[in-house]
Design a protein around this ligand. Structure first.
Ligand code: BTN
Length: 269
């Protein structure tokens, strides 16, 4: 027993010392029919995956490497809402456990002191009009010292331990990964059960609440950004996100564009 009282998310937890990638394993057991809400957690990943084909550094016992299998009723094009919900759950868990206010960079990087402490990789298995399952892969750097990151990442990555210290806190504080995991699963459980309704009005209402909540953490909206996607670059001001989680950019050439998270990398200018 892990003492968690969620109804769906995290009701079943598969725990490993090491996996290649918790997302890869989660997709496998999802295809074999595992329960809605099953969480896969590994102490280390040997081939952690990031967005846009990148890797994800996943040192042993330093962070939270977790994937959650969901079987949502929403249409495939609305999947972005679930990713926003996951980033909110992570931000709230960090607030509760570390007493700092994180920012979220669109679509779902959680930042502290402008350093990325969490990334989320959502993968989906769907047919034309329905989602068979989706996997929310959450990576959080928790107790890393700067030396635990590969050198190339030290400018952009941070950990909760490194970024919650304050000015004088020495030695830096380690955080309980277990408590943070509990908190995330509990938050997601509530949001997921509310969203997973066949009543369209209720769904629209919940989705709007998620978008509004997400905006409160956003460090992207109102900023100049450059979005890079296949063979194209957009430069402009990020003005808002749509009801289904696309980023709206007012481009310098006067056009208004909406971009989806699967295809772009956005950076602040
Ligand atoms: C990103 O590029 O920002 C997304 C990173 C996602 C990393 C997590 S760690 C747990 C899960 N398993 C993976 O292989 N990736 C995700």
């Amino acid at each position: 027993g892990h003492g968690l009282e969620t109804q769906v998310v995290g009701k079943d937890i598969k725990y490993f010392n090491e996996l290649d990638s918790t997302n890869t394993y989660a997709k496998l057991i999802a295809a074999e029919g595992c329960a809605d809400g099953t969480a896969v957690i590994a102490e280390a990943q040997t081939a952690g995956k990031g967005r846009l084909g990148r890797g994800w550094s996943s040192a042993h016992k330093k962070g939270i490497w977790m994937s959650i299998v969901l079987r949502p009723l929403i249409a495939p094009e609305e999947i972005q809402i679930m990713t926003l919900a996951a980033s909110i759950a992570v931000a709230k868990a960090i607030e509760q456990e570390c007493h700092v206010r994180p920012g979220i960079k669109w679509p779902n990087d959680v930042l502290l002191e402008s350093k990325k402490v969490c990334g989320i990789l959502t993968e989906m298995n769907c047919e034309i009009e329905r989602i068979n399952f989706l996997v929310l892969g959450i990576g959080i750097n928790v107790n890393h010292d700067m030396e635990d990151f590969p050198e190339a990442l030290r400018e952009i990555a941070g950990s909760l331990k490194e970024c919650c210290g304050g000015e004088v806190a020495e030695p830096k504080k380690e955080f309980s990964r277990k408590n943070i995991i509990r908190c995330i699963l509990a938050e997601l459980d509530v949001i997921y059960r509310r969203l997973n309704t066949e009543n369209e009005e209720a769904y629209a209402d919940e989705a709007k609440q998620i978008v509004d909540e997400w905006k409160k953490y956003s460090v992207t909206i109102g900023r100049r950004v450059k979005a890079a996607m296949k063979g194209q670059e957009l430069v402009g001001v990020a003005t808002d996100i749509t009801r289904d989680g696309r980023l709206i950019i007012a481009c310098e050439d006067g056009s208004i564009r909406e971009v989806m998270s699967g295809e772009v990398s956005v950076r602040g200018l």
